[in-house]
Each structure stands twice: as structure tokens, then as C-alpha cells.
Design a protein around this ligand. Structure first.
Ligand code: F6P
Length: 360
């Protein structure tokens, strides 16, 4: 029996999206009679009815390609049920276009926001399968998301390169990595790059503890220090504030970037020269690493199997060595923060890496 599969990518892009799209398409073509409809620009394309019938050749030569051949956009979940000035009921539009395309199911590749909308559409009666992507690795229920390992590779390379210049100039280098509200990327890249301190949003830091790291290293003749800080990190005082309050305070201080604030504070507290490095979207760009190509392909194949069985309302996940699926309603809106007793945090501590927390 023929199945018509819609596919879209939503939210921030990441390496591995095209590998996953290819995985779904090739496995579907192999397993059953499939028509694939590509929806352009994420949920916006579903709302506006921007889609195209894909042919097999469009899934060739995309395994190693960064970004997404379908395009993406951020359409916040909180706005989905809001009817704006244009009077468009977005949810109704998405349901109408799903019907207009004659879809048997819709595969949505995305992060937390994408999964919340996917769950809502599933509740509305559409057949949905999610695939978890993000460099932040913050989707509940999966050990890893695709895109994460590539970002770790890139961030590690940044730390490696900063190491040599830090040593030459006897400087304190503060490297700010992405991750939104979570510290997974910084934790892994920090360990891989041999950072001396790793500062995470989930474990608010005390700047005096960070300063101690530099002093300790200086006392044993080490002339430079590498600090990996997650973009969402905050100090103990800020952690007690509401988000808005914190943003206002930072704006007043003229320091919205955590790395710039830390570098400035350390220069004031100690006799050191400090520089900041913010690689930004470089961490999301370019070709996926081998791990992500494999994971994306495995996720794509699993999605095709689910379609073949008619199992919907789920998202694909990695659990240990196995590819499994979780109910969308169980994972949508649930966070996956780094916890203080996570084994990677323990690994960092066992290596003498400071997390900037008193008593570590
Ligand atoms: O979620 C992925 C991510 O790269 C985060 O790490 C980062 O905070 C955010 O997206 C950046 O978003 P944008 O690309 O919209 O600037």
C-alpha cells in the first residue's frame, strides 16, 4: 500500500538533518511504496502550504551536507494557538494543509519547541513522528540528539586552537559555547579540550572559585588557563533572579555575554590578561561527523519502520545501544538538564576540572 509521508525540519538547524531526511526517505523507498512531500521552512511551510513532491534524486548526495535541504524557521510553540492580525488560525491551517497534501503521516525533525508542536498536532489527530535533533542535546528521553557530537567536535577544535595561543601569551581564555539553557555541549567539549574550568547553566558558579583555578595553576608554574563557559551560565547571585531581572542587570552592566563578564571580572580580581572567544553558529555549521551521520541514519530508518507499522504519536530516541521511540506526550515540554551527579560531571571533577562551585 502506498504511504504519503510529509517531512519538515523546524527550529535551529544542525549537522545531520540532511542525513536524517535521507535516512527516512531511503528506508521508506526500500520498505514500501512511498511518496515523500517536502514541506519548506518548518511549520511555517505547513501553515502557509509551501510544499513540494520530492523525487528520489533529491535525497542523493546530501548525507554529508550541513544545514537542511528543506529550510527551517522558528515558529514558537506559544504562538501556535494565537490568532494574530492576519486572522490566520495556524493550527487549523496546518491540519488543512496536511489533508490537502493527502498525508498518511508527518515526520518532524526538531528540538524541544518542534516536539511541543508535534505533540499538539498529534493530539489534534494528525499522524506524527518526531526525530530529535539539536546541538544542545537537551531533549528528554534520548541519550543523544543528532548534531550534538558534531558540535562537540567543532567546539573541541576551538578549545584546542585557543590552548596554543593561550600558552604563548600567558592568558586566561574564556570560551563561550552554545547550548541554550543546558550545559551538555560545554561539558563534553570542555572535557575533550582539556579545559581547566567548565561553567554550566545548571550549576551556578562563584567567580571567586573560578579565580582560584587561575591562582592554583599559577602556583605550580602554569601561565595560562582555559575556561569553557556555556552561553546560559550564570553566577550564584544571578541564579536567584528571575530571567527578566537578570537580563536587565546584564544590560545595565553592558555585558550580555557571560564570557565577556567573566573575563572582565577576572582581570579586575587578578593580575591577568584575559580574552574571550565566542564561536557562535560555527558550532552548528558544516558537515556532520561520522557519529551523527550514523545516528541520523539510524533515526531515519527507525522512523520508516514506524511508518510501515503505522505507529504514530512518538519520537525516535537512542537508549544505550538501541534505537527506540517515546510517546510524544511523555517527552514534549520536559527538560533534560545536566544534573550535579551526572557521570560526566563526576568525570570532570575526578580530572580536577573546576565547575566553579564552592566545595568541589
Ligand atoms: O538550539 C540550538 C541553538 O544553537 C542554541 O544553542 C542557541 O542558543 C540557539 O540555537 C541560537 O539560536 P539562533 O540560531 O536563533 O540564534
Amino acid at each position: 500500500m502506498k504511504k504519503r509521508i510529509g517531512i519538515l525540519t523546524s527550529g535551529g538547524d544542525c549537522p545531520g538533518l540532511n542525513a536524517a531526511i535521507r535516512g527516512v526517505a531511503r528506508a521508506a523507498y526500500t520498505m514500501f511504496d512511498a511518496d515523500i512531500i517536502g514541506i519548506r521552512g518548518g511549520y511555517l511551510g505547513l501553515i502557509e502550504g509551501d510544499f513540494q513532491e520530492m523525487n528520489r534524486s533529491q535525497f542523493s548526495n546530501i548525507l554529508t551536507m550541513g544545514g537542511t535541504i528543506l529550510g527551517t524557521s522558528r515558529t514558537p510553540f506559544r504562538d501556535m494557538r494565537v490568532v494574530g492580525e492576519d486572522q490566520v488560525d495556524k493550527v487549523e491551517q496546518m491540519k488543512n494543509n496536511y489533508a490537502k497534501m493527502g498525508l498518511d503521516c508527518l515526520v518532524t525533525l526538531g528540538g524541544n519547541g518542534t516536539h511541543k508542536t508535534a505533540n499538539m498536532l498529534s493530539m489534534e489527530g494528525l499522524n506524527i513522528i518526531g526525530l530529535p535533533k539539536t546541538i544542545d542535546n537537551d531533549i528528554y528521553g534520548t541519550d543523544f540528539t543528532f548534531g550534538f557530537h558534531t558540535a562537540v567536535e567543532i567546539a573541541t577544535d576551538v578549545i584546542d586552537r585557543v590552548h596554543t595561543t593561550a600558552a604563548s601569551h600567558s592568558r586566561v581564555m574564556v570560551i563561550e559555547l552554545m547550548g541554550n539553557k543546558t550545559g551538555w555541549l560545554t561539558l563534553y567539549a570542555g572535557i575533550a579540550g582539556g579545559a581547566d574550568a567548565i561553567l554550566l547553566p545548571e550549576l551556578p558558579y562563584d567567580i571567586r572559585e573560578v579565580a582560584k583555578v587561575i591562582e592554583r595553576r599559577a602556583s605550580v608554574g602554569k601561565n595560562f588557563t582555559i575556561i569553557a563557559v556555556a552561553e546560559g551560565a550564570m553566577d550564584v547571585k544571578e541564579a536567584k533572579m528571575k530571567r527578566k531581572q537578570r537580563d536587565v542587570k546584564r544590560a545595565e552592566e553592558g555585558c550580555t555575554n557571560v564570557s565577556i563578564r567573566i573575563a572582565g571580572q577576572l582581570e579586575q580580581m587578578l593580575n591577568v590578561v584575559s580574552r574571550t572567544v565566542i564561536p557562535g553558529h560555527v558550532q552548528r555549521g558544516g558537515t556532520p561527523c561520522a557519529y551523527d551521520r550514523v545516528l541520523s541514519t539510524q533515526f531515519g530508518v527507525h522512523a520508516a519502520q514506524l511508518i510501515s507499522n503505522g505507529t504514530y504519536g512518538v519520537t525516535v530516541a537512542l537508549k544505550g545501544e538501541r534505537i527506540v521511540h517515546n510517546s510524544l506526550s511523555d517527552i514534549a515540554g520536559v527538560a533534560k538538564p545536566v544534573t550535579a551527579n551526572h557521570h560526566m560531571v563526576k568525570t570532570a571533577k575526578s580530572m580536577g576540572i573546576s565547575l566553579g562551585v564552592a566545595g568541589d
